[in-house]
Design a protein around this ligand. Structure first.
Ligand SMILES: C[S@@+](CC[C@H](N)C(=O)[O-])C[C@H]1O[C@@H](n2cnc3c(N)ncnc32)[C@H](O)[C@@H]1O
Length: 252
């Protein structure tokens, strides 16, 4: 089944307006943390997802899939130079961009507590068991807005690929859960449109890891939808923001 048929079936009457909104301008905000520092432009829905992690100064935080770094900037601004932030990404090329973004957009005192690493996210659960107070898993996903605007990506899009990604997302989420301290908070997010990559991934982890509970997210962007486990910000109803899905979980 091709992209348009799949999402038209999934979203029904909503699809034509959503499709138009996905082709349109996004809604970016400027992040600037000092007069001599580079500004960074981030979708407002991405800002919301990072903020919902509720990182506090002094906490140990992992951004498991961090490049190019927009959400790590938001987390660094919440930590204010106190605690630790590990900004991890497996891709060497994307890690170069991540390091550039962090070094050029953050004040030195905030940068001092950040470590950029290149591990496979799947390994954290085993090697860094119950080590973090906060974990953001902004998972690799279908990136449907990007796919729509790229003929080459549209060509290779398939339901099979969506399903394969959801398996990978589930494995990364299990690793993140195991790396989280009891009492800690984890935010799982994607920029995908399909529930297979969003609520379904959360549904499976709740069955696999009974110590995990969903935490409701307050202060959601205007026009965002509440789903069974999280929040989906879609551009047709949210003034161009998104797509961003996020769900907040805690460990008992
Ligand atoms: C959606 S992007 C992250 C965007 C980033 N959080 C931001 O706000 O700028 C997903 C990232 O996951 C990375 N990635 C994919 N598989 C991974 C894995 N197994 N372990 C760690 N990083 C991975 C990709 O290289 C990509 O940079």
């Amino acid at each position: 089944m091709e992209f348009f048929d799949y999402f038209s079936q999934l979203y029904g009457d909503r699809w034509p307006a959503l499709l138009e909104a996905l082709k349109g301008e996004g809604r970016a905000m400027e992040l600037r943390f000092g007069d001599n520092l580079e500004p960074y432009y981030l979708d407002e829905a991405s800002y919301f997802a990072a903020k919902s992690l509720d990182a506090q100064p002094g906490m140990d935080v992992l951004d498991m899939c961090a490049a190019p770094g927009g959400k790590s900037l938001v987390i660094a601004s919440m930590l204010q130079g106190q605690g630790s932030l590990q900004s991890n990404d497996r891709s060497p090329d994307r890690r170069l961009r991540l390091t550039h973004v962090l070094e050029n957009s953050l004040p030195g005192v905030w940068l001092d507590i950040i470590k950029v690493t290149g591990y496979d996210g799947m390994k954290f659960g085993l090697h860094r068991k119950e080590s973090y107070d906060r974990i953001l898993l902004d998972a690799p996903c279908s990136s449907d807005r990007h796919v729509l605007n790229s003929p080459a990506h549209l060509e290779v899009w398939s339901v099979k690929r969506v399903k394969r990604l959801s398996v990978e997302q589930g494995a990364l989420l299990a690793s993140a859960v195991d790396a989280l301290r009891p009492g800690g908070v984890l935010v799982y997010g994607t920029c995908a449109l399909s529930p297979l990559e969003n609520d379904k991934v959360v549904e499976k982890i709740l069955k696999k890891r009974p110590a995990m509970r969903v935490v409701p997210i307050d202060d959601i962007p205007p026009g965002a939808d509440r789903t069974e486990f999280g929040v989906h910000v879609l551009p047709d109803t949210s003034e161009g923001r998104g797509p961003i899905y996020c769900a907040k979980l805690t460990k008992f």
